[in-house]
Write a protein that binds this ligand. Structure first.
Ligand SMILES: Nc1ncnc2c1ncn2[C@@H]1O[C@H](COP(=O)(O)OP(=O)(O)OP(=O)(O)O)[C@@H](O)[C@H]1O
Length: 591
């Protein structure tokens, strides 16, 4: 079975430990028949025999020996159980650790499309609850199954040796129990698949709510969110109860059958003792071991439930385990080169799941040039720049960096050559220093400060309680939008990339600060091609060229002056943004 093959594969390094644990479990559980056997001897020799009183004096040594053997085997079994539990725990925890790291690497290695399709809450469930379920299955469920089967088999074999007919009478109950268990398992399985899905929805809602708590508060939608969460929680709870209730449908039958063992033993065994077919001691041995037949039947429901949970969780983990990104680093390089920064788009088109977003785009950027991209919201600006570091691959055409198709460059080399400040600023829960030096953790503090100054962030950082060592909260909590943008800019500059991409990075900063940033960008002390997405004409005016995007097409291209002269989209935006100034100038002119 594929799932077990997968487990076996991932037990690599702990296989010997795990097999040893299974073997010791079998040995330990087989020993359960020894004490009933000793008990049988004691009853037959020293309690039920005609000369029992005499034996107590003549064979006292044997009695003491049997008593000590009972204690000894009990201790041995306890010791084995302790040791095997330890082995199971170690092996399963090691597997959990290995698989978790592997899955984390897998998730890290996925491309943007994967993140578009998978919800964070679902991925978190896979990395936590599902993995823990698999570990639990390995250390507990499989162990329980093996132990139950061993005890059951050992008891049956021992019973056969004592009396085959009485054993067959007892085993009469096994087929109906097997049938009930089979029907139960078939009915409950889809319920656990559904349950797992509901858990993932619950976690997604929780994650989105916590991450988006500011929006919730800003719109005073706490009640709505609580209601939404309660609904998801209720869904999960209802599904859980439904699964538990199914078990209750079958539980009475299994319980009755399990108790039936004791009844059959009492009736048939009693008759056999009266007929002299078995001794009192043998009857006592049956009684002492009958739990070995009934207990596995009792726990069958719990085990089946856990097995279903295990399969539902394992399926989810295997999904991540074998998910392969479309964009992979096929051209790994030993040494990462520094690019010149020449960029070319050649008839590039791009679709998101069938929807065309960019169409036939061609342009060229020479090393060191600054290109501004402007266009209405949703026109495809972010999508366009996402194609340069290969966050997505083109649908048609080519994106070339330094004359080579980006698909033929080493992915890590390519990305190391590009500094990006994204539109949604994400800072890590770390110090400001750690955030700026994210691309190069060994960066000296003076350099961190240098880049903070270039990004106009130094002054406000200085005013923070612990300067550069101030910890910013998750996603940069504690900073204003403009401050976050400036730290993100410093982070992008700090890698001194030959290609710098700024996606609306100065939208939240004031004009004066923007002026400072623009001056810094003009005077960078390393060669750098800059692509700046911006909505403000003040940001784009000084670019070497401006591209205007509309509905995924370049509709205008040229310098500030050229585009103004064209009197197209750029001119309209310019007039709109400078309406006041324009009117004033006209009034002055008329005077
Ligand atoms: N991950 C995605 N999956 C599917 N469609 C997407 C995805 N990201 C963007 N789109 C769609 O692609 C189009 C272009 O989006 P894009 O983010 O590139 O626009 P933009 O010009 O950067 O907009 P803005 O100025 O608002 O940032 C939009 O219609 C958007 O809905």
């Amino acid at each position: 079975m594929f799932q077990f093959k997968w487990l076996w594969h991932n037990l690599k390094g702990d296989r010997v430990r795990y097999i040893l644990a299974l073997c010791l479990s079998v040995v330990g559980c087989s020993l359960t028949i020894i004490n009933p056997y000793i008990g049988q001897r004691i009853v037959d020799l020293f309690i039920a025999s005609d000369d029992a009183a005499q034996r107590l004096t003549t064979e006292r040594g044997l009695l003491v020996g049997l008593g000590l053997a009972m204690i000894g085997f009990s201790l041995l079994r306890t010791g084995l159980a302790y040791f095997t539990t330890m082995l199971f725990e170690r092996a399963s925890q090691n597997l959990l650790f290995r698989v978790r790291i592997y899955l984390y690497n897998k998730i890290q290695g996925q491309d943007m499309r994967y993140y578009d399709r998978n919800r964070t809450g679902d991925l978190m469930t896979k990395m936590t609850g599902d993995l823990e379920m698999v570990r639990h299955s390995l250390s507990w469920i499989i162990k329980t199954i093996i132990e139950s089967l061993t005890v059951f088999t050992a008891a049956v074999v021992y019973f056969f040796f004592i009396d085959a007919e009485l054993t067959l009478w007892l085993l009469i109950l096994s087929p109906p129990i097997g049938i009930v268990a089979f029907i139960f398992a078939r009915r409950v399985r889809p319920m656990y698949v559904d349950l797992r899905e509901r858990l993932s929805q619950l976690n997604t809602t929780t994650q989105e709510n916590i991450a988006g708590n500011r929006v919730v508060k800003a719109f005073a939608r706490e009640d709505y969110e609580i209601k939404k969460f309660t609904e998801k929680s209720m869904n999960y709870s209802v599904a859980n109860k439904a699964a538990a209730m199914v078990w209750l449908d079958y539980f009475p039958y299994l319980e009755i059958f399990s108790q039936g063992f004791a009844v059959i033993l009492m009736l048939a065994g009693g008759l056999f003792v009266m007929e002299g077919r078995i001794t009192f001691g043998e009857f006592a041995a049956f009684s002492a071991l009958i739990w070995g037949l009934s207990n596995p039947m009792r726990s069958i429901g719990i085990v089946i439930n856990d097995i279903q949970r295990f399969f539902a969780s394992l399926a989810k983990i295997i999904e991540v385990y074998y998910a392969n990104p479309d964009i992979v680093n096929e051209h790994k390089t030993e040494v990462k080169r520094r690019y010149q920064g020449r960029i070319q788009f050649e008839n590039v088109s791009f679709k998101y799941d069938g929807a065309t977003v960019l169409e036939n785009i061609s342009f060229k950027i020479e090393p060191g040039e600054t290109i501004a991209i402007m266009g209405a919201t949703g026109s495809g600006k972010t999508t366009l720049i996402n194609l340069i570091p290969r966050f997505y691959d083109v649908t048609n055409g080519r994106v070339l960096v330094d004359g080579t198709d980006v698909r033929k460059l080493g992915l890590d080399e390519l990305r190391c050559n590009i500094g990006v400040a994204t539109q949604d600023v994400l800072l890590f829960s770390d110090t400001i220093d750690g955030n700026i030096a994210y691309g190069d953790p060994d960066m000296p503090e003076e350099d961190v400060m240098k880049f903070a100054k270039l990004a106009a962030a130094h002054d406000f950082i200085r005013k923070m309680p612990e300067d550069y060592n101030t910890i910013v909260g998750e996603r940069g909590v504690g900073l204003s939008g403009g401050q976050k943008q400036r730290i993100a800019l410093a982070r992008a500059l700090a890698v001194q990339p030959p290609i710098l991409i700024l996606d609306d990075t100065t939208s939240a900063v004031d004009m004066e600060t923007e002026e400072h940033i623009q001056k810094s960008l003009r005077e960078l002390d390393f060669p750098c091609t800059k692509i700046i997405i911006a909505q403000r004409v003040s940001t784009t005016a000084e670019a070497d060229r401006i591209l205007i995007l509309d509905n995924g097409r370049v509709i205008e291209e040229g310098t500030h002056a050229e585009l103004l002269a064209k009197r197209g989209y750029y001119y309209d935006v310019f007039m709109l943004q400078n309406e006041g100034i324009g009117r004033e100038a006209m009034t002055h002119g008329q005077k």
